[in-house]
Design a protein around this ligand. Structure first.
Ligand code: TXA
Ligand code: MG
Length: 326
């Protein structure tokens, strides 16, 4: 594994290379926002299409503001309350933000990550670092340095900051002003839930609705994403593998010899921390299929981010009436 310290990471980034950086959510594949070569290298290394915008990481609200045209009171309150932390705020971008980062949109996603090493690195860098998760496009995100190495080998230098504590990507929130008040739209669920954001705004006497929504413009929210090397199938409660396996095997047109029966921790914080590590480990152990039960006890706000990732990572789900849905 090609590991680097903060000084060498900085040098590589300024010179137009990419470096994997630790955050509290997942490892990011970073490039300096003012290096077009570095930004292009993110897309080529990840094999990521240009239509999927990148998040810019900064170490202060001041730096976030310097990249945006309309930093509203809602941005300010949410940033002050949640940063450093797993919340990405969408704001109108300044012209100086390279459109490679924003996929040509007029807005930019900004977040201040909660990781000592990366905050130190960011403090030495002008502007910020654009960083998507450090995995090949559509594949499982990395929550440890070894996952990044598994993905890219020695092609990518890694600033090793240990395992990620949150484990799933940041909550992505857009902010709109309407005549009857503010609207916060959560395009990607994560650690910060709608309920939490609502409470923060209420404490500051801001009249706002907070809702989960599909992003009208950001296409990053593709149907399939985070996919492991072997198929993941979501089954209903009371599913019995021995009796009902034919449903799945018919759909795939093959037999499965070593299915893994995956159970998440009952604590959503632990379940999200372990999610990507677990999703990767089954194929390492020689399994050829992962089965996970859609648990009716896991429907609260705290579980949204986890089930959002599982629903995109799955190849198939079996409904309660035993229909196979893709
Ligand atoms: O936790 C995270 O956010 C991690 C770490 C590395 O910080 N990063 C991450 O990046 O998850 P990525 O590229 O895997 O996800 C970025 C997503 C895009 O796919 C899109 O959905 C959303 O963030 N996004 C970025 N810019 C946007 C914009 N201007 N408008 C709407 N959504 C945007
Ligand atoms: Mg990603």
């Amino acid at each position: 594994m090609k590991t680097v310290d903060i000084n060498l990471a900085r040098e590589l980034l300024i010179k137009g290379d990419v470096v994997a950086i630790p955050t509290e959510t997942v490892y990011g594949l970073a490039a300096w926002i003012y290096s077009e070569a570095g930004l292009r290298k993110i897309f080529s290394t990840k094999e990521r299409p240009f239509f999927d915008p990148l998040i810019v990481h900064i170490d202060s609200i001041e730096k976030a503001k310097s990249l945006t045209g309309n930093w509203t009171v809602v941005h300010e309150i949410l940033a002050k309350s949640c940063w450093p932390g797993p919340l990405t705020l969408i704001a109108k971008k300044k012209n100086s933000v390279n459109s490679l980062i924003t996929s040509g949109l007029d807005s930019v996603g900004l977040r201040c990550p909660q990781h000592e090493l990366t905050l130190k690195l960011l403090s030495t860098i002008d502007g910020g670092l654009a960083a998507p998760s450090a995995n090949k496009f559509g594949k499982t995100s990395p929550s440890q340095a070894s996952h990044v190495f598994h993905e890219f080998g020695d092609d990518v230098s890694i600033l090793d900051g240990g395992p990620c504590q949150v484990g799933i990507e940041s909550t992505v929130a857009g902010i709109e002003k309407h005549s009857d008040g503010w609207k916060v739209l959560i395009y990607r669920p994560g650690h910060f839930t709608a309920q939490t954001l609502k409470q923060i705004l209420a404490v500051h006497n801001i009249k706002a609705t907070v809702e989960y929504a599909e992003s009208p413009v950001a296409p990053g929210q593709l149907k399939h994403h985070y996919m492991p090397n072997i198929p993941l199938v979501i089954v209903p409660e009371h599913f019995q593998w021995e009796k009902q396996r034919n449903l799945i095997e018919q759909k795939f047109g093959r037999e499965f010899l070593k299915p893994a029966f995956w159970e998440l921790s009952t604590d959503p914080r632990i379940a999200s921390r372990e999610l990507y590590q677990d999703l990767r480990k089954f194929s390492d152990f020689g399994h050829d299929l992962i089965l996970i039960m859609r648990n009716s006890a896991q429907v609260s706000d705290d579980w949204m981010g986890i089930w959002n990732r599982l629903d995109k990572a799955k190849s198939l789900s079996i409904s309660n009436n035993l229909a196979a849905l893709e």
